[in-house]
Write a protein that binds this ligand. Structure first.
Ligand code: NDP
Ligand code: 8X3
Length: 258
């Protein structure tokens, strides 16, 4: 494989390509000569991306992963040049709120479960059979450090990402004997629109998360994913956790009476 040929001849389906990790990876794959099906709910972002990229290698599709019928229709109606999906970047996801479980919104919980779990599972179910029939593919499921390390207010968000971890490993068990790789990709703090979404559009609260720190960027993430995709096809990265150097761990919290 030459330096810039890693994406040539590959077709990537990216959920959540309107911002953050998904958008950065879409740009990297296009720049390296691959094809991308970029999806998300925001039609204006998709249209702007299509106009900027101005390439037949990009197909944009408005898609809400919480709507199973939209997923089925999207996959069934792909144009022939985009049907043989090689890479599924199962990335669409969100955290909503940071309140304790006794105060959190049940609607927010339902939306996180519908997006981070059901959306990811439905996309896998729709795309995996084609990969199996072609006996090739890469599935990269986006988990989080929040799936391994509990923190106050991470209640359902962290639990959805723990699901992503175990689902990814179980896929590997089912796919033994097939040339299909599965990775649970579990990053720490990365500056995207993630915190703005979590804090319901409060830009000041979102900015505080990253203040005076050097978080990961979306392109750092895309570069890491490119690294997996460049590996020889017999190497599977099962689980990978990355963090910015400025982020680490805390001791256990202890409540004391005095
Ligand atoms: P962004 O908010 O920048 O991007 C999230 C993407 O998900 C957007 O493109 C959004 O598109 C899409 N999305 C959300 N809900 C839906 C939906 N119902 N249907 C389709 N697309 C949807 O955040 P990130 O890039 O940071 O997040 C990407 C993934 O990474 C998420 O799964 C997140 O949990 C995870 N993550 C993020 C970390 C961080 O610190 N940033 C760390 C660890 C994991 P649209 O709104 O147009 O639908
Ligand atoms: C995003 C990282 O720590 O904000 O998944 O939950 S964290």
């Amino acid at each position: 494989m030459t330096e810039n040929s890693w994406a040539k001849g590959r077709i990537a389906f990216i959920s959540g390509a309107t911002s953050g990790f998904g958008h950065a990876l879409a740009r990297r794959i296009l720049a390296a000569g691959g094809k991308v099906i970029a999806t998300g709910r925001r039609a204006d972002r998709l249209a702007a991306f299509a106009a900027e990229a101005a390439t037949p290698n990009l197909l944009t599709l408005q898609l809400d992963v919480t709507k199973p019928t939209e997923i089925t229709a999207a996959i069934a109606n792909l144009p022939p040049a985009f049907q043989a999906i090689d890479i599924l970047f199962n990335n669409a996801g969100l955290a909503l709120g940071i309140k304790g479980a006794h105060e959190a919104s049940l609607q927010d919980w339902d939306t996180m479960i519908a997006t981070n779990i059901s959306g990811l599972v439905h996309l896998t179910h729709a795309i995996l059979p084609g990969m199996v029939s072609r006996n090739r593919g890469d599935i990269i499921n986006v988990g989080s450090v929040a799936g391994s390390y509990p923190y106050p207010g991470g209640n359902v968000y962290g639990a959805t990402k723990a699901f992503v971890h175990q689902f990814s490993l179980n896929l590997r068990a089912d796919l033994l004997g097939k040339n299909i790789r599965v990775t649970s990709f579990e990053p720490g703090m990365c500056e995207t629109e993630f915190s703005e979404v979590r804090f319901a559009g409060d830009k000041a609260a979102a900015a505080k998360v990253y203040a005076s720190a050097k978080p990961l960027s979306a392109d750092d993430v895309a570069l890491t994913i490119e690294g997996f995709l460049r590996l020889p096809s017999h190497i599977n990265v099962n689980t990978i956790e990355i963090m910015p150097v400025c982020q680490a761990f805390s001791p256990f919290a202890v409540h004391r009476e005095n």
